[in-house]
Write a protein that binds this ligand. Structure first.
Ligand SMILES: [Zn+2]
Length: 141
């Protein structure tokens, strides 16, 4: 069901390396070389020091659910799979948070602090959308 019914995200300014990485299912984070830490969302400059010396590093893909909401109605906005679905704020082990769907378990099993790992959904143009699934030890029995 490649991209069927999915609103596909645009490539924002400064986010080109991020999306190129998703073609190979690699989760890349922009790191500020002055601050020596990653930031997110991708943009052409560091949000802390405004520096433009940025390098891209591959993230582990592991993190935990920082916050989430279960969407029961989509109000006509097309999302693959339809409602209900989970929109989560995932705290990556590298120290940044990103918003993504939490999949791979019943919506009622998602909880704050749950360990998750990245998985990928193919988009129509060769990119992949990062999603997160519970790490094996987190799955409900
Ligand atoms: Zn910086």
């Amino acid at each position: 069901m490649t991209g069927a019914g999915r609103l596909e995200p645009p490539v924002g300014q400064g986010a080109e390396p991020f999306w190129e990485g998703t073609r190979d299912r690699q989760l890349l984070l922009p790191w500020c070389t002055a601050c020596r830490r990653p930031f997110f969302y991708p943009r052409p400059f560091c949000p802390v020091c405004l520096g433009r010396d940025i390098e891209w590093r591959r993230a582990s893909g592991d993190g935990s659910v920082y916050a989430f909401t279960v969407e029961h109605r989509t109000e006509g906005v097309p999302f693959a799979g339809g409602a209900p679905f989970v929109v989560g704020l995932v705290a990556l082990d590298e120290g940044v948070r990103l918003m993504a769907n939490i999949v791979g378990c019943p919506t009622g099993d998602v909880r704050v602090g749950m360990a998750v790992t990245v998985s990928w959904e193919a988009l129509s143009d060769g990119r992949h959308l990062p999603l997160f699934t519970p790490q094996p030890g987190e799955r409900a029995s």
